[in-house]
Design a protein around this ligand. Sequence first.
Ligand code: PFF
Length: 460
Amino acid sequence: MTEQGNRKSSNHWKSSLGFVAAAAGSAVGLGNIWKFPYIAGQNGGGTFVLFYLLCIAIFGIPIMIAEVMLGRTTQSSPLRAFQRLSTRNYGWQFVGLLGIFAGILILSYYSIVAGWGLHYLFLSLVGGFPQDNNPQAYTDLFDSLVQSARLNIWWHSVFMAITTCVVLRGIRGGIERFANWGMLALFILLGMLAIYASTLSGFVPAVKFLFAFSENFTWTSALEALGHAFFSLSLGIGVMLTYGSYLQRHDDVVGTSIAIAIADTVVAIGACLVLFPIAFSVGLEPSAGPGLIFINIPLALLQLPFGRIGLLVFFLLLLLAALTSAISLLEMAVAFLIDSLSWSRSVAGFTMAIFIYLLGIPSAISGGTGFFGAGLKQSLGMTWFEGADYLASNWLLPLGGIGISLFVGWQLNSHQRLNEFSNNSRIGSLAWLYSSWLLIIRWLSPIVITIIMLHNLGVF
Ligand code: PFF
């Protein structure tokens, strides 16, 4: 077996397309299909969408380049990557550790939402939805799922089991293969749904809503858009770093990062262009919040022609998207164990999966009246599940993003950085791109992200 850096060739992607599929699979997830449509809906549409797109272009892509670059150049998992390039500087290593903690936390509650998707996929298969068009019946159906510890724990177990099986099969045979097929299927399913949605009466109002200027845009919306850009691109916690570390040294970092961001954005906008027309067609609002896809969409679709097939396709799409993202989160945490403790993939995989599974239990029971649900909500204003999501996407991811940005911008040897950016070629034509990128990761992104976070802490 050939060695590259400290990795065997089986620890690299088979092709750079495999990397793009896996990384785009990580990026495209519940964030795009469940969360983006409802936060865009709640924040009034157009302006929020525009600000989000700017966040992706100005901060998302440059930080993704930095993160993938850090992985490729060190050929190591997150903590190791920081250790290698900053011996004895524990501050930087803390950034790596924070990311790993954030990833573990995210997967623990991500799996619960994915479990709701699994339950709804099951209901679509067996025809388990209410027979009449009574909105209350759909709300009750969703509420009873959220409140049921038994159902949440069951689907959480199923989802974590599937995710673990893929990760245990390794990079090429598990993650890359699953991502290649999964992403292909995902785009086909999304295309089918988009064609269907474009025939509905709600399509034109939906497009207007999505692209028209809106007034509800506030500082909080700005933080939400920024945090979501990080969440959606899987940035700031070392997932892209881990996937980047499986790249060969000659693979292109800049081009692949742009491709991943484009794929992610297409799916987020595509999901809105599927969901909003469906809701508008039966007179429902897209601002329904987290229940949008679990209450309004089944209610609306089942009143429309071919609705039952549409529902099945939609929840299949949701499951695929959730799985490829969950796989990346688990892989990052597993790679950390393998690299730091020299454990085998199976021991590291099982141990981490069980740990995350147990950490997910408080989220699974957050919908109930016990301590993790109503109890915490009363004392802290958020259930465990809401708190974990808020902490991870609004704070830990942007903080990790600043850390990675500063590290690559200031700590990485300038020669190495330039070579990594240009892959030792074509830098002549990319020179302006390189200087803009450096300006962003050194100054712009840390400053802007800090200002938005301080503002939201009430500092000014
Ligand atoms: N990007 C995924 C989504 O949009 O659903 C979620 C995610 C995956 C966040 C991996 C962070 C991460 F590291």
